[in-house]
Design a protein around this ligand. Sequence first.
Ligand SMILES: Cc1ncc(COP(=O)(O)O)c(C=O)c1O
Length: 396
Amino acid sequence: MFNNNTIQRFNDTETPFYYYDMGVLRNTLDACRDASSKYGFHVHYAMKANFNPKVIDMIQSFGFGADCVSGNEVKAAVEHGFDKGKVVFAGVGKSDKEINLALDADIFCFNVESVQELEIINELAKAKNKVAGIAIRINPNVDAHTHHFITTGLDENKFGINAWQLNDVAETLRKCHNLKFLGIHFHIGSQITDMEVYRNLCTRINEMQDWFEDHGFAIKILNTGGGLGVDYYNPDTNGLADFESYFKVFSKFLNVKPGQEVHFELGRAMVAQSASLISRVLYVKNGQKKNFLILDAGMTELMRPMLYQAYHSIQNLSQESRIKNQDKSEIEHSKSEIKYDVVGPICESTDCFRKDVDLPQSYRGDLIAIRTAGAYGEVMASNYNLRDQVQSVYSE
Ligand SMILES: Cc1ncc(COP(=O)(O)O)c(C=O)c1O
């Protein structure tokens, strides 16, 4: 992914920073659009994954909708030119201020997560003499077979409405004249690569839509949420999420009736591979049992490993370019790998990107790339320890 010119550019740039490969982003969006449009599916980009302005501008230019989880995301979607008729708003705790903002923006649909929320949206819409489009987020109790920190569709999660509460939902919908019921919404978790999980989700969606129709509610949209995973281990050789298999499962197993639309809310799969966090080795600490590479990036720039025990591939770019420029005997020598704990500078012992990483011998000043950092990376950066805000660099 990184040629000599790019590495030279990194050498001349203050670290740490996110490097966005806009070509990778474009190819990914192309693949997603091709695979979904085959079936006439509607894709909303889950802005929570990355709201870097250049990234969302490119996503918007492809005609995708936006899936937002805060009032400010709704505002950003509108400001960046997303069609308001393609903006959906989810979230277990929407404030009155956020609901009012979304009502004023005339968004397409609120994905509603509780009976009480239905009543509040109805009340606020009534005060504005508006009708809010809504979908009911149902908890399908489908196991996503992903890390338990990023599973959302089980009964014990805080998200969504459980099946046993649907009678209350139906009763409330009948009373709320400022709500327009559009359909049902699901989201079972993230980083899911097992297509069997989506097949199980389809089965549950089919059952749920039967329930609503049996109770007199016509369903226009089936929103299956997001969750498609990427390959964090092989970003160069397997850089594209498997959009083809993913959309195919839904086309095959979802019972789509005439006039219905199928909607998706993909985040990670659309942006993860387009960025790397580029950092420099500040210090090399050789211990008796452990060697540490202390980087100038830490959990303030990329939180995923500390928050979800997430894996990221780590590369020493300076060593790779040294190898390219050396003679053969030196190459053999420099190929020998050492195990390092790759850690950040933050005053927290959890500030570790990975333990026992096999890397070539590394030195102060070496450039380190932490790959597949385009999703849930820059958006979670913080100023903890009064750190500088992380910068972004773009390939074009
Ligand atoms: C409601 C909802 N939709 C979509 C997404 C996007 O998920 P992913 O990035 O895994 O595709 C999320 C993320 O957690 C979400 O909460």
